[in-house]
Design a protein around this ligand. Structure first.
Ligand code: C2E
Ligand code: CA
Ligand code: CA
Ligand code: CA
Length: 278
């Protein structure tokens, strides 16, 4: 009993110490993770609907924590944002992508897109333009077309966001509006800002073939995108049926498990080589 009591006290003590130290060092886990090289990037191919060929990639960050194991990006991105850590984390993403790009670029045609998710907090940070310039300088020259994926949340910033978007366009960086259809009053932003791509949220794509009200909405969104001269990327395409429906409605690009999961560079290269052989 004494031993069990001691053991229990020890467990309670170490758990509370852990909680205490986490509270004492908010966000430090992220910096430590960067230092210890716990982050890596996986890449998901985007497929051009007209040709079925790989058009480009989306870079997605991964964190394997030494204690808890893999942490879902939705969770650690939200955490990083809340702890003011999104800027160092995105700088790290830039570094990792630049490293991988040297390996990847010779397996992709010149002009392939490289899409990065940019959090609103970084876009409005003072060092953003310098970070972007340094990143571009560190990438293989004149190979990729860059796409910054930005969610609708960012547009709330209004005038300031518009200036950053203009600057990005001057740097030849195109802009994709991400998770389209999940935010508020989305349509108004399409007219207000100049985007290049509209990424249709997976939720929409999943409703294809089901008797829900979403398909007619998706239909209308695609028509509107065409009128506004926007390229459209359907996210989360998992079935042939969804792909066929989307192609018929004029979607220009697709991304999803039907084609490939997000892959680490070595596996992605294998996938690309297989595609080329076909
Ligand atoms: P997202 O930008 O909408 O990324 C697409 C998500 O859909 C990815 O989840 C991808 O793995 C997943 N996905 C792709 N195809 C399919 C499919 O066919 N079926 C299903 N069920 N899922 C599919 P992931 O990698 O877990 O990322 C989640 C979110 O975390 C991303 O959503 C993005 O908002 C955020 N995120 C990831 N990496 C970064 C990053 O480097 N920076 C920032 N700011 N956010 C990131
Ligand atoms: Ca995205
Ligand atoms: Ca998305
Ligand atoms: Ca998302």
């Amino acid at each position: 009993v004494l031993l069990a009591g001691l053991l229990l006290a020890l467990i309670v003590a170490s758990v509370s110490w852990l909680l205490f130290s986490l509270r004492l060092r908010p966000g430090k886990e992220i910096l430590l993770g960067i230092k210890r090289n716990e982050f890596h990037v996986v890449y998901q191919p985007l497929i051009e609907a007209a040709t079925g060929r790989v058009y480009g990639l989306e870079a997605l960050l991964r964190w394997t924590h030494p204690v808890t194991g893999p942490i879902p990006p939705d969770a650690f991105i939200t955490y990083a944002e809340s702890q003011n850590m999104i800027v160092p984390l995105t700088r790290h993403l830039f570094r990792l992508v630049a490293q991988d790009a040297r390996l990847l670029c010779c397996h992709l045609p010149s002009g392939a897109t490289m899409g990065l998710n940019i959090a609103p907090g970084h876009l409005s940070a003072s060092g953003f333009r310098q970070d972007v310039n340094e990143w571009i300088a560190s990438m293989p020259p004149a190979h990729f077309n860059y796409v910054f994926e930005i969610t609708e949340r960012t547009m709330v910033a209004g005038q300031k966001a518009a200036a950053v978007f203009d600057w990005l366009h001057e740097q030849q960086i195109t802009i994709a509006i991400d998770d389209f259809g999940t935010g508020h009053s989305a349509l108004i932003y399409l007219e207000k800002f100049s985007f290049d791509y509209l990424k249709i949220d997976r939720g929409f794509v999943q409703s294809i073939g089901m008797e829900t009200v979403t398909s007619p909405v998706l239909d209308a969104v695609l028509t509107l995108a065409r009128k506004l001269n926007l390229k459209t990327v359907a996210e989360g395409v998992e079935t042939e049926e969804q792909a066929a429906w989307l192609i018929k409605r004029g979607v220009t690009h697709m991304q999803g498990y039907l084609f490939s999961r997000p892959l680490p560079p070595e596996q992605l290269i294998q996938y690309l080589q297989k595609q080329q052989a076909e």
